[in-house]
Design a binder for this molecule. Structure first.
Ligand code: DGL
Length: 268
């Protein structure tokens, strides 16, 4: 049972991201495994992750993983491309729970489709800097051609820390190189970006874009099943934590998921 270190299969699954972005993944986890219990950690105190250095991100993720150790989770889902790209390699063997990184997991699944020869990726600056999407896809499909585009303003728009902006400009600035590359598909390589799909679709064809959250959730379900780590319980629960301003987190989250309970403030 590699990665689970004798964990009880009825323990919760930790899910983390910088803010509400990872809820796009949690929603799919709840769809495919509605009976599991989840602890969602939204690190509102440290967002946006995309403009931080690798060292800063490793330090932050360590603190969140230490919190998850105190909660006895059986696994942690990095519902965050940026920390999958920057912190996962460094931290992957240091904890008692299994860690699921987003990019490495979905690249394995999507790259199986060899009909995709030209791929666009829209992600945070920190993710693009590592070129993790390109490296992980090429491991699985060496002939694929990939363009990665950083979109630094999109997370502040979703988290409503940026409210005054020229919509056409923030969309077309980031989309123009991607469209010129003529990709068959474009991955929304930041879990916040699916919130913007209606706006993005005004400037590019909606069918181009892949939200990898569903593929990721199915991958995790398959792996937990293979390792006999699916819960025996029948009733799911979700506990939400935010590292600052739980009210703002709850308000933002309503765009995507109905949260009944008050999120708990867990300072790092
Ligand atoms: N949603 C995260 C990601 O998938 C982090 C975004 C950020 O805080 O910059 O990369």
């Amino acid at each position: 049972m590699e990665g689970f270190e004798n964990k009880n299969r009825d323990y919760a699954i930790g899910v983390m991201d910088s803010g509400v972005g990872g809820l796009t993944v949690l929603k799919q986890l709840l769809n495919v495994m509605p009976e599991e219990s989840y602890i969602y950690f939204g690190d509102t105190q440290n967002l946006p992750y995309g403009s931080k250095s690798k060292d800063e991100l490793i330090k932050i993720v360590k603190e969140i993983f230490e919190f998850f150790e105190t909660q006895n989770v059986k696994a942690v889902v990095l519902a965050c491309n940026t920390t999958s790209a920057t912190a996962y390699e460094e931290l992957k063997d240091k904890y008692s729970f299994k860690i699921y990184p987003l990019i490495q997991s979905v690249a394995k699944c999507i790259a199986k489709d060899k009909s995709i020869e030209r791929l666009g990726v829209m992600a945070t600056e920190a993710t693009v800097k590592t070129q993790t999407y390109s490296k992980e896809f090429k491991k699985n499909n060496p002939n694929i051609k990939i363009i990665e585009q950083a979109c630094p303003l999109w997370v502040p728009i979703v988290e409503k820390t940026l409210t005054q902006y020229d919509e056409k400009q923030v969309m077309t600035d980031y989309l123009k190189n991607i469209i010129a590359f003529n990709p068959q598909k474009v991955i929304l390589g930041c879990t916040h970006y699916p919130y913007l799909i209606d706006t993005i679709s005004k400037y590019a064809k909606r069918e181009l874009f892949i939200n990898p959250a569903k593929i990721f959730a199915e991958y995790i379900k398959e792996d937990l099943t293979l390792n006999e780590m699916r819960t025996t319980k029948e009733q799911s629960s979700v506990h939400y934590c935010a590292s600052s301003d739980p009210e703002h987190f709850k308000h933002n989250a309503q765009m995507f998921l109905q949260i009944e309970e008050e999120p708990e403030l867990v300072e790092l």
